[in-house]
Design a protein around this ligand. Structure first.
Ligand code: B16
Ligand code: MG
Length: 210
């Protein structure tokens, strides 16, 4: 039985993945690298610094630590500009319904996101009050596929890992949830979500399951 659900943020609850893509695309363009939607798939769920390292590798570029810091600052500034107008209208289909249903059923709710911008996004979209625990990119050392973010979520809720269900839109996140010994449902297309117990199109598909 499921006693807790740990939600990924970008691409699961909120439609922010497109803004990460746009900001990385703009940054890569400035570096003379044409960044594709296929490249972007590999950055989903991956931390900001590791995403930059991958883009530099694909572009065949080497940068100093201080140049990397400048690039990361620039990417995040563009991303923050893009999410400035974020509102409850940006919640993905079924997000609110599922959060409400879990509350009704007494199932604990945690966030397990790689993003350092998670809190602001939850506030702008009006859902921060649904969460019993928030584990984000500021709270972890090791990024997905390392299970740290989900293990910390279970610990904060006081729920055994086997009783937790993770909802994820990224391969790195599916792998992290499996490594944590949790059940995991992929949100999106099955080809990008190998190893999930189930893949559904959106959170709305799960409302009837609880
Ligand atoms: P930030 P999630 C992840 O969020 C995104 O999927 C990934 O694209 C992003 O690079 C990462 O957060 C870090 O985000 O730059 O805002 O700290 O999917 O784990 O909720
Ligand atoms: Mg995600």
């Amino acid at each position: 039985t499921i006693k807790a659900v740990i939600f990924d943020l970008d691409g699961v609850l909120v439609d922010t993945a497109i803004y990460h893509f746009q900001a990385w695309h703009r940054l890569a363009e400035g570096l003379g690298y044409s960044f594709s939607i296929v490249d972007n798939e590999q950055l989903k769920g991956v931390s900001r610094i590791e995403s930059l390292e991958l883009i530099l590798k694909w572009a065949g570029l080497e940068k100093s630590e201080s140049e990397k810091e400048d690039l990361l600052r620039q990417k995040n500034q563009w991303y923050l500009e893009l999410i400035e107008q974020l509102s409850p209208a940006h919640l993905l289909s079924g997000s609110l319904e599922l959060l409400k249903k879990l509350r009704e059923k007494g199932i604990k709710i945690a966030l397990g996101s790689a993003s350092k911008n998670a809190l602001g996004i939850l506030q702008k979209t009006g859902i921060v009050g649904y969460f019993d625990a928030l584990i984000d990119g500021n709270a972890v050392q090791l990024s997905k596929p390392n299970p740290e973010v989900f293990l910390k979520g279970a610990e904060a809720l006081g729920i055994a890992t086997a009783d937790c269900l993770v909802l994820e839109d990224a391969q790195a996140g599916i792998d992290a949830a499996r490594a944590a010994g949790m059940q995991v449902i992929g949100i999106g297309q099955a080809e990008h979500l190998k190893g999930a117990d189930l893949v559904v199109a959106d959170l709305g598909c799960l409302v009837g399951k609880f």
